[in-house]
Design a protein around this ligand. Sequence first.
Ligand code: HEM
Length: 403
Amino acid sequence: MSETADTIFAELMTPAGHADPYPIYRRLRETAPVFKSSIGAWVVTGYEDCRAVLRDARLGKDWEGFMAASGRSDWRGHTSLEYGATSLLFANPPEHTRLRGLVSKAFTPRMVEKLRAGMRAMIDGLLDPLEQNGGGDLLDALAFPLPVTVIGELLGIPVGDRHEFRHRIRVSTATLEIGVTTEQLAEADEAAVWMRDYFADLVAEKRAHPADDMLTAMIDTEEAGDRLTDEEIIGMGLVLFGAGFETTTNLIGNGVYALLDNPDQLQILRDNPRCLKNAVEELLRYDCSIQITGRAAFEDIEFGGQGFAAGDSVLTILGAANRDPARFANPDRLDVTRNEVEPLSFGSGVHFCLGASLARAEGYEALSALLERFSTIELAETPRYRDQLGFRGLESLPIRCRR
Ligand code: HEM
């Protein structure tokens, strides 16, 4: 069979494609940077094209269309999918503007700076067992507990309950993959029912006993007449908590792996700690934890020499955009000194990641503490990526380290 954009696209859905999608993205971009796939969605792989799609008000979110393109027109009745229809992540203006306005105050750079001091002390504590044991799984030791604690504190999730979410949020990410299977959906539904009930109880508890946290603040906003319903607070809690740690765990995991796999770059950071801020941007670009997002056309649009019809779904492959040679010289090379990286890893436009400054701060503080504490860090074994495309992360990251 001769190679077409569609046959290349199909390779992305295989275990080999999940393990290393980047060479496939390159072939896809070279063959057809904008094309309509046989799953019915347009696929866009260039940096400027993806950015333009994400910023164009003639395109927006369409949960129904995304579900149809994923072969899940039966989404109603599945708890894990029903949330998509009402979530901030899939809302359009003016509803999106209203929901986002209610939570965005908590994520200002000033707020993040306030959290930063506590982060460093927390990381130092998390690194102690790694030091005592001469290594361990970096995901378990640092990349998971750091972000889950930060967002858990912010929202007001009791400490003892946070670990309950790790597996459940992870299985829920399958619902945002192209072509979730029936088995994955059953698992995600079970997790979603548990998490919804958990947040419903927690919201009731915060109503009875207000605390200094975001869930209480959301309840107060509602009581000030701004009509944030219980369902909306529960949905927002789930989105913030889910988006708040799974992605950041993978920023730290994928990022440290990339550095251990490129020891020359690790050495540059050791010699020039001032490069660290820039390095976080480069690590976000090089192997980002969210590889794909999407929009739908609200009207007929001329785009990239093609025509999107009203209602068409458009997949923006952020992981491919971040490796576009038209935007980045030597895109497949990790270069922590690269200037003006500006990756698309946090999206663009009105849905630009609400937690971007928080995630950047966590990535920075984690890397900085690791490099300061350990003079040697090396892979104990080659890690494996989880068998997923949209959410990219490692199964585990076993390292050896010495002070
Ligand atoms: C490295 C870590 C992270 C990555 C790569 C990431 C990536 C993204 C991307 C790509 C989007 C846009 C999706 C779209 O346009 O369709 C997004 C949106 C969002 N992110 Fe993040 N994120 C990260 C961390 C966080 C954190 C720490 C939080 C919260 C504490 C968070 C909360 C959100 C929320 C609430 C949205 C929806 C915003 C909206 O629809 O207006 N994210 N994120």
